[in-house]
Design a protein around this ligand. Structure first.
Ligand code: HPA
Ligand SMILES: [Zn+2]
Length: 345
């Protein structure tokens, strides 16, 4: 398929984003705008200067810049704008449902109250739902480079906002911070009714995926690339239909894969894994949902059947209720049917 046809096809697919760190959607120009408003001096002179630093050899190099960027966020309005700008963008890409991560500790550690962070994010999500019809879930992520005790404190702080939070996740520096470090706080989070997910097998080994499943009892794995090292694990993921939320451009930028042609997602689909495509930190990795679909489709020469499967998997893997899932999946199928008949004309 030629590039403009492929782009048009991808644009029209109703999509869901399940792996998105809201702090990672902070575009450089918005970072500068908020920094100016908050009288914060950035270490970079201009947007261009900052963007030149967006070259990473690994996860940690990215995280250092990501945490630095997040320091401009001080007020409810900042979190509102960050989230609303993201929704505006993905609405243009025909994303109809989002499940958004936020990292409370990135802000509470700097003295920004939990309430301020979540009020801004939630208000924007509600506005996006009203204006664009984008439905949403909110996932609070614990920072794994910090202690389990610190995660417990965050869990406590979240409780007044329990109604707004659908799940908890685990992100930040993976190597040396295995899921086993957070067994107790994940148990306590589940007891509060939160759904559980964790980043595992991005840079860390396949053993971290086992730990996330067996010790934390997560229902979805974020990334999970390393499962391909273990046939038994692959079989289990297929049998239990545990979703993997993959982020190809993130993997490329953080050198999890050396080139997109090496990305395992096509093989995962072949094996029957419930693999999905997302953007992770789009402001830093050079692409939102459409760009992730497009670059992956191009590099791996994905068929329309595979693209359809990826879009369906996104809704299957989501936390929408059964009726909403079925409605969206039906729309994906109809879209591809219409597309193939127009192609035949
Ligand atoms: O890709 C990621 N991996 C781990 N932690 C993160 N926090 C934001 N993005 C990421
Ligand atoms: Zn992530």
């Amino acid at each position: 398929m030629n590039p403009s046809h492929l782009k048009e096809l991808i644009q029209g697919i109703p999509k869901t984003e399940l792996h998105l760190h809201i702090e990672g959607s902070l575009e450089a120009d918005l970072m500068f705008k908020i920094a100016r408003r908050n009288n914060i001096e950035l270490a970079y002179k201009s947007v261009e200067d900052l963007k030149k630093a967006y070259k990473f050899n690994n996860l940690q190099e990215f995280l250092d810049l990501y945490y630095l960027g997040a320091q401009v966020l001080l007020h409810e309005q900042d979190f509102f704008e960050l989230t609303y700008e993201y929704l505006k963008k993905v609405h243009q890409q025909n994303v109809v449902h989002v499940e958004v991560f936020f990292d409370p500790q990135t802000h509470t550690e700097r003295g920004v109250p939990f309430s301020m962070v979540i009020n801004g994010i939630y208000r924007a999500l509600k506005k996006g739902e009203q204006e664009y019809g984008i439905t949403f879930k909110l996932i609070m992520s614990y920072l794994r480079h910090l202690s389990e005790e610190a995660a417990f404190k965050t869990l406590e702080e979240s409780l007044p906002f329990k109604e707004w939070i659908d799940g908890v996740g685990l992100d930040s520096s993976e190597l040396g911070n295995p899921p086993s470090k957070f067994i107790n706080v994940f148990k306590a989070s589940a007891a509060q009714g939160y759904k559980l997910v964790a980043h595992a097998g991005e840079e860390g080994p396949k053993e971290y995926i086992y730990e996330a499943l067996d010790l934390l009892e997560v229902i979805r794995i974020d990334h999970g690339n390393r499962c391909v090292d273990d046939e038994i694990l692959v079989k289990r993921l297929v049998k239990e239909q545990i979703p993997l939320t993959l982020c190809p451009l993130s993997n490329l930028e953080l050198k999890v894969v050396q080139k997109l042609e090496d990305h395992p997602i096509a093989k995962m689909l072949d094996k029957g894994i419930l693999a999905t495509i997302h953007s992770d930190d789009p402001a830093y990795f050079g692409g939102y949902m459409n760009e992730n679909y497009y670059e992956t489709a191009k590099a791996l020469n994905l068929s329309t059947t595979q693209l359809k499967q990826l879009a369906i998997n996104g809704f299957k893997a989501s936390w929408l209720d059964q009726e909403a899932k079925e409605k969206h999946i039906e729309q994906v199928k109809e879209y591809f049917e219409t597309y193939s008949t127009t192609q035949l004309r």
